[in-house]
Ligand binder design. Sequence first.
Ligand code: NDP
Length: 246
Amino acid sequence: MARIALVTGGMGGLGEAICLKLAALGHQVVTTYSPTNAKANEWLAGMERQGYRFGAYSCDVSDYGSAQQCVAQIEREIGAVDILINNAGITRDMTFKKMDKESWDAVMKTNLDSVFNMTKAVCDGMTERGWGRIINISSVNAQKGAFGQTNYSAAKAGMHGFTKALALEVARKGVTVNTISPGYIGTKMVTSIPEDVLNTKIIPQIPVGRLGKPEEVAGLVAYIASDEAAFLTGANIAINGGQHMS
Ligand code: NDP
């Protein structure tokens, strides 16, 4: 059945693959982009050339008011959100010794507060209608920790607790809440890591021997978003080429 799917950060590497996959399955896809994104129209035009027409709304997911306003506008102009993918995220990597309050706050707000902000805006509607999917994009680095990422690992690990607690609260209402924890996926967030670090430190840790593909994560999102996945809730699903098994 076709649904309305909202993907935060849909113009990023992973988000774009998720938008394309959900659209290919017939869902009506809406994405948010950050207010500082000057290339949103260019991205939309590129998608249109490929035959995809996505709704796109400027939203600072780290800001509660912006998130509420954005979802209200989407629901007025397009319809009620059935599927929410909390995908927007940033890194501000540095050792804890160098970690300043601003880098801590930015990562917590964008990666974790955003999950509260966006979910708050859609969750009551989902439970009232008796169907919904909330999918949070976390990271392998929340499961195992990562050097230089106390902020990112903490924020992404916070998603797991959020997922389990909310899954309990909405389980009887037809709404599932799950987390996906990708390993290293070949988007600009990862390909901007210096090549020698990728080749000597990161790829050798991945038993499959390569970075993941955004489409591989998008396929998992599509399954969790489906009617078939109604019994899957409160889970944290790893997709990391065998890098970390828990
Ligand atoms: P990108 O940097 O390509 O995309 C991140 C997206 O987040 C961008 O589209 C950006 O929007 C959006 N965003 C950032 N800040 C805000 C904000 N304040 N408000 C609204 N949107 C914002 O990264 P990826 O596609 O690689 O990552 C997507 C998600 O997957 C992230 O949460 C990341 O942590 C997670 N992840 C990625 C992995 C990887 O290997 N790539 C591994 C594990 C997890 P805009 O483009 O409009 O600025």
